[in-house]
Design a protein around this ligand. Structure first.
Ligand code: OTD
Ligand code: ZN
Ligand code: ZN
Length: 347
């Protein structure tokens, strides 16, 4: 049995670091990734290049001195985003991508796009400048069943946007369905898809069977088992279009454990150990590096990180905190439901 593997340092192509006390508490847990695409859904959202630059400074201040992490900033696309501000922020090296949230699709997405024709000039400018659009792919139509919202989004929104905007590079964020996998595969090298750690581990039973478990509730919501298996097949395939975006999304327990609890799983502290377990299960440890360290960088036109990490399988499970403190609050760490024998170490 392989008991030690060395990988190029991984990147996290979809990460929520928040702000204030939460930012200070959670950022060190992502410090071992080389790069991370930082989500802009703060309150208020990061909508201008100047706001992204200021947020990047706050992230840098929250990183330990030894951190590898280089934050890759994004702008939150709204109906009134200025195309010139987007291209200027990109040229100045402040932003790596732009994020599209349909209004109301997930946590803090109230300012998202309500009318896709209004953002057409921004999308055209992005296509021209090669700036990727990261897409939260769920319709918000209350008439659509929540388990169908990703598949319906692909047909109603994503495919039309891509057809109308040739050359636009698109990342389907956190795909959760076999339809998402199939659509990602239908594209050329202008289309990528991130897959989270938790969607490789849980299906919807984790949230609902035998009691309601708010810590497994996230958006897009986990689907039935066939979809989880499709995601595992895609992630472990080694195909260049699929790469890691943890979507680690911390919330205080006081906000999750409510009659109307909020969505998000906090996976930053144990992601690499969980992924090694999943890839070992699928007999695909040799493809973990493609998924976590190579494919995303290539999509974004960046070289792989130069340094390396080691994952070692030991008899004693890797320790990680069940909860962490953030100011006066606690945040619960994602529990995969199995012991984590793969320990993350410096190479
Ligand atoms: N999903 N929670 C959050 C974002 C994501 O859709 C997402 O990217 C969040 O809390 O920001 C969640 O469940
Ligand atoms: Zn999302
Ligand atoms: Zn997210």
């Amino acid at each position: 049995m392989t008991d030690s593997i060395v990988l190029c340092r991984p990147d996290d192509w979809h990460l929520h670091l928040r702000d204030g006390a939460m930012l200070a508490a959670v950022t060190p847990f992502s410090a071992g990734f080389g790069r991370a695409i930082i989500m802009p859904n703060l309150v208020p959202p990061v909508v201008t290049g100047a706001q992204a630059a200021a947020y990047r400074d706050r992230i840098r201040a929250a990183l330990p001195e030894t951190a590898a992490l280089v934050p890759q900033m994004t702008l939150y696309l709204t109906d009134s985003t200025d195309p010139a501000d987007v291209t200027a922020a990109h040229e100045a090296g402040i932003i790596r991508a732009v994020k599209l949230y349909p209004a109301g699709a997930t946590t803090n997405s109230a300012s998202g796009v309500t009318d896709f024709d209004r953002v057409r000039p921004v999308l055209e400018a992005m296509a021209g400048a090669g700036i990727p659009l990261c897409v939260h792919g769920e319709v918000t139509d209350p008439a659509v069943d929540i388990f169908d919202r990703e598949a319906v989004f692909i047909d109603r929104v994503l495919d039309p946007i891509r057809r109308k905007t040739p050359g636009l590079r698109v990342v389907m964020e956190h795909i959760t369905t076999s339809e998402g996998v199939a659509y990602a595969r239908s594209g050329g090298d202008d289309l990528g898809a991130t897959i989270t750690t938790h969607h490789l581990v849980i299906n919807r039973n984790a949230i609902l069977a035998g009691g309601i478990r708010p810590h497994y509730y996230c958006l897009p919501v986990a689907k039935r088992e066939t979809h989880r298996l499709a995601l595992r097949e895609a992630a472990t395939s080694g195909e260049a279009r699929f790469f890691l975006g943890t979507d680690s999304a911390p919330h205080p327990d006081s906000a999750k454990l409510q009659p109307c609890g909020c969505a998000g799983c906090f996976t930053a502290p144990n992601t690499m150990s969980i992924l090694a377990h999943v890839f070992e299960d699928e007999d695909a440890l040799d493809r973990l590096e493609a998924f976590a360290s190579l494919n995303g960088a290539a999509f974004y036109g960046l070289p792989p990180n130069e340094d390396r990490i080691r994952l070692t399988r030991r008899e004693t499970p890797a320790a990680y905190p069940a909860t962490i403190a953030a100011g006066d609050e606690t945040v619960t760490v994602f529990d995969p439901g199995f012991p984590l024998y793969w320990h993350l170490e410096d190479a």
